[in-house]
Ligand binder design. Structure first.
Ligand SMILES: C[S@@+](CC[C@H](N)C(=O)[O-])C[C@H]1O[C@@H](n2cnc3c(N)ncnc32)[C@H](O)[C@@H]1O
Length: 422
């Protein structure tokens, strides 16, 4: 029997920037619905407390709604907010973050830095099916074929089209699992990850990409091997020269990353810093470049190696790179001289032991960078001996539901800690 479409009014935004309404006492989450809209939707999933719906019709349209410029919007699963102007998107992201911070008692002003909206991504991962390249819809197995992506750099879009033609000409559709394209200006690195062993002549594609670009390939999910052209891309950020290959970690939005790191750097206090979850070490290097001792802690082996290279390539004697789990290393590296701790964990946030150890320390300042405000605020709640000084969002991922957040905290004075205890 065909299910009847449901109706609701959107009165809030959920964690993924989806519209939130209520039906029969249940919360319903509706991607692409905007606050103030009256909508009709189909139920995709229903539990005793919530409904995940699929937007069917907007009966009363928000004045903020605009036509999305991308023909794949709502289909490919990548973007969440192409249906509003950037200014409104920033307002929505701020409102959602404010809700999370309110839960931990912070009601102060939240800043926001936003510098671009489209053509910003310096990296894209595409999947392949019999029709060519596409994106995986919401991490499902379903591939939505695309010929361009409006949030990827213009150069990446050009290379997508070269690769589509190349895949078709060489009949690689059934053999290719995925393709990664990474750009730095005109130069690109392309990685073909094949499902099986194949012998491919990449010469023609390499000529199209140009001398500063390179091609990698891999089979069965093993490590990428260099095929032709450049092995790395390089650039200089804040006086630090970085070189990276197709697998190295790098933030996807260069302009916003530079602003974020510049601001983080300006918040560092004292001369002895720990950068926990330091990745490929760019932030550690930027701090050390200022003549401040900075110890990075990173679990990933290749990221640690990248950080070690960053240190030697830039002759950074004040940069130290520790390889291992923050849980084990941070308690050993933290001393009475540590003046600032920078935390930049992945989405799952920090281990509670780490937050507790920092809370007991005498470290003057904590700078916490995260791309996941819910886990960030969960962790910050454990820093009861610290007071939030500032919260600022960086729209690193415009048009999508994601945002980066920089929080600065200072150790409470002995007097205010005593008052807290009473
Ligand atoms: C968001 S990235 C940091 C990016 C870094 N700021 C950069 O510019 O390269 C988070 C990093 O934390 C690392 N990581 C995750 N769990 C960890 C742990 N328990 N201890 C140390 N590092 C960890 C990941 O390997 C990843 O490189």
């Amino acid at each position: 029997m065909k299910k009847m479409a449901m109706k609701t009014t959107i009165n809030d935004y959920g964690y993924n920037c989806e519209g939130v309404g209520r039906v029969n006492g249940k919360v319903c989450f509706l991607p692409f619905a905007l606050k103030g809209e009256e909508v009709e939707f189909d139920i995709e999933k229903e539990t005793s407390s919530f409904i995940n719906g699929k937007l069917k019709k907007v009966m009363r349209t928000s004045e903020k709604r605009i036509a999305a410029p991308c023909k794949y919007f709502g289909k490919c699963g990548g973007c969440a907010l192409q249906n509003v102007e950037l200014e409104e998107e920033n307002k929505i992201k701020k409102e959602i973050a404010a809700g999370h911070f309110k839960k931990i008692g912070f009601k102060g002003e939240i800043g926001l830095v936003s510098v671009n909206d489209y053509f910003y991504r310096n990296k894209i991962k595409l999947f392949c099916n019999k029709n060519g390249l596409g994106l995986k819809k919401n991490d499902s197995a379903q591939i939505v074929n695309i010929d361009k992506c409006l949030i990827a750099s213009e150069r990446i879009n050009e290379v997508i089209s070269f690769c589509q033609d190349f895949i078709k000409a060489k009949q690689l559709e059934d053999k290719l699992e995925n393709l990664i394209i990474r750009s730095e200006g005109e130069n690109v690195l392309v990685h073909f990850a094949f499902k099986e062993k194949v012998d491919v002549d990449f010469q023609g594609l390499q000529i199209m990409l140009g001398a500063g670009s390179g091609i990698y390939y891999s089979f069965y999910g093993f490590a990428p091997m260099h095929a032709l052209g450049a092995e790395e891309l390089s650039e200089t950020i804040g006086g630090v020269k970085i070189s990276y290959n197709v697998s190295s970690f790098k933030q996807v939005n260069d302009a916003v990353m530079k602003k974020l790191y510049e601001d983080a750097l300006s918040k560092v206090k004292g001369r002895n810093v720990i950068n926990a979850y330091s990745g490929a070490g760019l932030l550690t290097a930027l701090v050390a470049k200022k003549g401040i001792i900075c110890s990075g802690i990173e679990l990933g082996e290749s990221e640690h190696e990248d950080a070690q290279r960053l240190k030697s390539d830039n002759g950074l004697s004040k940069m130290q790179n520790y390889h291992g789990d923050c849980k084990d290393i941070l308690p050993k590296v933290i001393t009475k001289d540590t003046s600032t701790i920078i935390l930049d964990p992945s989405r799952k946030g920090c281990e509670s032991e780490i937050m507790k150890r920092i809370n007991e320390s005498q470290v003057e300042r904590v700078i916490y960078i995260s791309c996941e405000v819910p886990t960030q605020t969960r962790d910050l709640k454990l820093l009861s001996n610290y007071k939030i000084q500032s919260v600022c969002l960086y729209n690193m991922f415009p048009r999508t539901a994601k945002v980066e957040c920089l929080v600065v905290l200072d150790k409470k004075s002995a007097k205010s800690l005593q008052q807290n205890e009473r």
